[in-house]
Write a protein that binds this ligand. Structure first.
Ligand code: PLP
Length: 353
């Protein structure tokens, strides 16, 4: 039987997506060739890419709103550098809100290109909360936020209002619930958490916000060039983009888009947080108001229960529940493809402890 996969990424995908991808590995579109063997310029793949781009824009509610969808390589981590190359003029200052490991990594890269003003940080509080009412000074080139903090388990419920471009790393909660994505000029997410397979990164960028950094941007880092070449400046990750297309199709057609999936995701998160709040053997890690619906972090009240809890989990087919190696404890990732039944299995194990 398939495991109940709570892994943080690469992570669970719907079985229909895995089955379809497996078929395409053997014989893609009845071409008598594997998808691994065809050119990225073949019309069968171009159709996949266009479909994936369209689905991404549609799901984000950004179709015909001046945004472009790119599928790039180098993971979200490359976007940490690509964002300032394209949005931070020489001599300009970028504002960052530091809500965890990934925000810190984004700040580190931006500092290589210019001035960074860390507008707020929850570091002193072990990243257990999202800073509120952050003052946004005048004259910033952009503000960057991390919508969901995969490692610590916090999530922005509302984003700061800014008078400059707002850039967001949504790697671990992209398409998990209804969000007004039009408040952002740049949205990026490594595919391996909620979009598809590792190897590609979805980037949604507002076209008229580009071309203002005045920098001589290296080709691979240049959104305008990537747009002009339609994500095909170099060889893209053909298979990962195909898996993303299948998964976005599943989200749109089988789950009813973001409105449909958020019902399931809220139900999963409620079920697990209710158990954490009432079961004395467990202690949730972050502030209640800032809890993530995607990555639920918690500890045991008594470490001596660890062996028994881990054994019960393993016997129930629960997979990858360990917290990130930097924080320890436990983390249940409840990405779109994880069914409510898997959360129920975990809750039953918690009750049995
Ligand atoms: C996983 C993750 C990253 C890193 O993604 P890569 O694709 O491995 O570079 C960045 N930001 C967030 C919020 C993440 O969860």
């Amino acid at each position: 039987m398939k495991k109940h996969n709570f892994g943080a990424g690469p992570s669970i995908l719907p079985q229909v997506v895995i089955d379809q991808a497996a078929l395409a590995l053997k014989n893609f579109n009845n071409m008598d060739l594997s998808i691994l063997e065809i050119s990225h310029r073949n019309k069968n793949f171009i159709a996949v890419l266009e479909k994936a781009q369209n689905l991404a824009l549609e799901l984000a509610g950004l179709k015909d709103k001046g945004y472009y969808a790119l599928f790039l390589q180098g993971g979200a981590s490359t976007q940490f550098l690509m964002a300032p190359y394209n949005f931070l003029p020489i001599g300009g200052t970028a504002g960052y809100i530091d809500t965890g490991t990934w925000s810190s990594a984004a700040i580190k890269e931006a500092k290589k290109l210019g001035n960074v003003n860390v507008l707020a940080s929850s570091k002193e509080n072990a990243y257990k909360n999202i800073p509120k009412n952050v003052a946004i000074p005048e004259g910033l080139s952009y503000v960057h936020v991390t919508s969901n903090n995969t490692i610590y388990g916090t999530q922005f419920k509302e984003f700061p209002k800014v008078n400059c471009p707002l850039l967001v790393d949504t790697s671990s909660d992209m398409f998990s619930h209804v969000v007004d994505y039009s408040q952002f000029d740049l949205i990026y997410a490594g595919a391996q958490k909620n979009i598809g397979a590792s190897g590609t990164t979805l980037v949604l960028v507002k076209q008229d916000a580009l071309g203002k950094s005045g920098r001589d941007i290296p080709s691979m880092m240049d959104y305008q060039l990537q747009i002009a070449k339609d994500s095909l400046y170099n060889t893209p990750s053909v298979f990962s983009i195909y898996v993303s297309m299948l998964n976005l199709e599943w989200l749109q057609n089988d789950m009813g888009g973001l409105k449909g999936i958020e019902k399931v995701n809220f139900a999963k998160a409620d079920l697990l947080y209710n158990e954490l709040d009432t079961n004395k053997n467990f202690v949730p890690y972050v502030d209640k108001a800032d809890r993530s619906i995607m990555n639920v972090t918690f500890n045991l009240a008594d470490e001596s229960l660890k062996e028994r809890f881990d054994k019960l989990c393993s016997e129930a087919g629960i997979w990858a529940l360990s917290g990130h190696r930097s924080v320890g404890g436990y983390r249940a990732s409840l990405y779109n493809a994880l069914p409510l039944e898997s959360v129920q299995v975990l809750v039953d194990v918690m009750k049995a402890l």
